[in-house]
Design a protein around this ligand. Structure first.
Ligand SMILES: [Zn+2]
Length: 232
């Protein structure tokens, strides 16, 4: 399993390492549950975050670089005999490029079984049930990410810096979306255009209990995916 993340601003209250910390937490949990049946590679910590570059602290790779880094990590594992490959993605901005990677690598290596999972998509049906912030409430440094961080690493959340939900700049009804509700049309916007403070959604609805629940749902689903892949 290759965790891929991002190093980017997460508003005034979460660290820039948020996506890496979330991905590595899931990877550690998986390792604890499944032990030697899963090898976790070192995280590709920097991802594709061009849309966050208006905010200091954010780092980004070009798509071509990201594709190349993932390819070389997985080819290394391939040379040591690994054929069941899973990319665990924790960053929305990596989704498109991960899909391209999947299609390229999968076609070029028919001896492998390769899958990509973005944690929130894998469990979006379950997450809907306790999403309190409604449409637009879960995007970035939001109800879900903040809850997870309160559970995983409470000391790195600045509770006093959590700001109430900003009115995200409206565009078109067909372009409105969040982590649980994909838009009908993809419209390019930088994070600064979406939200002046870099938060998209409502972190005031976050709490550690919710984070624990999300983590459990994700770890359970992820274990299931890995077990299914291992049946081949
Ligand atoms: Zn994030």
């Amino acid at each position: 399993m290759l965790p891929v993340a991002a190093v980017e601003q997460h508003g005034p209250h979460l660290p820039i390492a948020t996506d890496r910390m979330i991905a590595e937490y899931f990877a550690e949990q998986l390792n604890a549950r499944l032990g030697a049946s899963v090898l976790v590679l070192p995280t590709v910590a920097v991802g594709c975050s061009e849309h966050h570059m208006d905010f200091p602290g954010s780092l980004t790779l070009r798509h071509e670089t990201f594709l190349s880094v993932c390819e070389q990590y997985l080819l290394s594992a391939h040379r040591h005999g690994f054929r069941n490959l899973l990319i665990l993605n924790s960053h929305g901005g990596n989704r498109g490029v991960c899909q391209v990677f999947l299609e390229k690598f999968g076609a070029e290596h028919p001896d492998c079984q390769i899958a990509v999972v973005s944690w929130w998509r894998m469990v979006s049906n379950e997450l809907f049930e306790f999403n309190e912030s409604g449409p637009g409430g879960v995007g970035h440094a939001c109800e879900f990410e903040t809850s997870l961080m309160m559970h995983i690493s409470p000391n790195s959340v600045r509770m006093d810096a959590i700001e109430p939900r900003a009115n995200n700049t409206p565009t078109y009804d067909w372009a409105e979306e969040d982590l649980l509700r994909p838009s009908r049309v993809s419209l390019h916007r930088s994070m600064k255009q979406i939200s002046p403070n870099g938060v998209w959604g409502d972190p005031t609805k976050a709490n550690a209990d919710k984070g624990k629940k999300i983590a459990e749902i994700v770890c359970q689903a992820l274990s299931g995916v890995v077990k299914d892949l291992a049946k081949r």
